[in-house]
Write a protein that binds this ligand. Structure first.
Ligand SMILES: NC(=O)C1=CN([C@@H]2O[C@H](COP(=O)(O)OP(=O)(O)OC[C@H]3O[C@@H](n4cnc5c(N)ncnc54)[C@H](OP(=O)(O)O)[C@@H]3O)[C@@H](O)[C@H]2O)C=CC1
Ligand SMILES: O=C(O)[C@@H]1CCC=N1
Length: 270
């Protein structure tokens, strides 16, 4: 069985750990590293997976999943540089960091797959986009697709599209949470109890998301079906247009893509 080590079990690393276990992987086929012993002990207690140091993870794992913040990549690469064993697959979940960064620093021929997942991995509903580095072949993409397919949906994209993917689906859940948060506040403004407002909005979000996924209808058609002539929805939509919410979303997501590219350049100026 393939042993997978998650290097940096923070928010996304833990989501992957939990998702893989939920999908049926044995705790003995998983390892993780963490910076602080207390965090490692908590994770082992919660998931029954062993926390190890980086050299042990490199020694034991067939797949190393890098899930530290981009700002923490350099010391980790220093540790991995001469120790990664031939044939080990390196999977990077880090925003912005190109496969070429790993290829320059790790032993020649190390296969690298760059991935942009998202946190709904925790509930088996991740959206992950994967791209092969120079030394990664179809067998490596298949392995990563199988691994991430057990915790959500996977698409293959050219690496040139990863900054856009990061801005859209990597950060995407945050935009929906932000919208939900604002809509719950609107209920408070209208005098509803917070619990009622929260229930109304979360169920509306779940219902709308399920329709988007299952109805095969374009979002415009679904929105038009809610928007009655002379009714309530169009009164709200006029306000959204007045406040340029669509333009704000375009700018916001463009800013996220620009930031992803900046993070990459900061560590891999070539
Ligand atoms: N959060 C998200 O929604 C998504 C995040 N990502 C990417 O995933 C990566 C991790 O993000 P996120 O999980 O949010 O960040 P977190 O800070 O929550 O997780 C990173 C974890 O790695 C630990 N760490 C840092 N350096 C090392 C090291 N050398 N060895 C072992 N552990 C280490 C950190 O410890 P400490 O807390 O002590 O710093 C922290 O617990 C980022 O590169 C991000 O771009 C990708 C998609 C979505
Ligand atoms: O905000 C970030 O940088 C990370 C990458 C995508 C989602 N969270």
């Amino acid at each position: 069985m393939t042993t997978i080590a998650i290097l940096g079990a923070g928010k996304i690393g833990e989501a992957l750990l939990a998702g893989l276990l939920k999908a049926g992987r044995a705790p003995s086929d998983l390892l993780f590293t963490e910076r602080y012993d207390q965090r490692a002990a908590e994770l082992t207690e919660r998931y029954g997976v062993a926390g190890v140091d980086t050299p042990e993870a490199v020694e034991r794992a067939d797949v190393l999943v890098v899930a530290v913040k981009p700002q923490d990549i350099e010391p980790l690469l220093d540790l991995l540089a001469d120790t990664v064993r031939p044939g080990t697959l390196v999977v990077s979940l880090c925003a912005g960091l190109p496969a070429s960064l790993y290829e320059r620093r790790l032993p020649a021929g190390t296969p690298v797959v760059r991935v942009m997942p998202n946190t709904p991995m925790l509930v088996g509903e991740a959206m992950s986009a994967i791209s092969a580095g120079a030394a990664a072949g179809p067998e490596h993409l298949d392995l990563v697709e199988e691994m991430l397919g057990s915790v959500g949906k996977v698409v293959r994209v050219p690496e040139t599209q990863q900054d856009a993917v990061t801005a859209l689906s990597g950060s995407g859940p945050a935009y929906f949470f932000y919208l939900v948060e604002a809509m719950i506040d609107a209920g408070i403004l209208l005098g509803l109890p917070r619990a009622v407002s929260t229930d109304l909005i979360i169920q509306s979000a779940v219902g709308a998301a399920t329709m988007l996924r299952d109805s095969a209808e374009h979002p415009v058609i679904l929105r038009e079906a809610v928007t009655s002539p002379g009714g309530t929805t169009i009164a709200a939509i006029r306000e959204l247009e007045n406040h340029k919410v669509r333009a704000a979303l375009l700018s916001a997501i463009e800013a996220a893509a620009v930031r992803s590219a900046e993070l990459g350049r900061a560590h891999d100026p070539a």
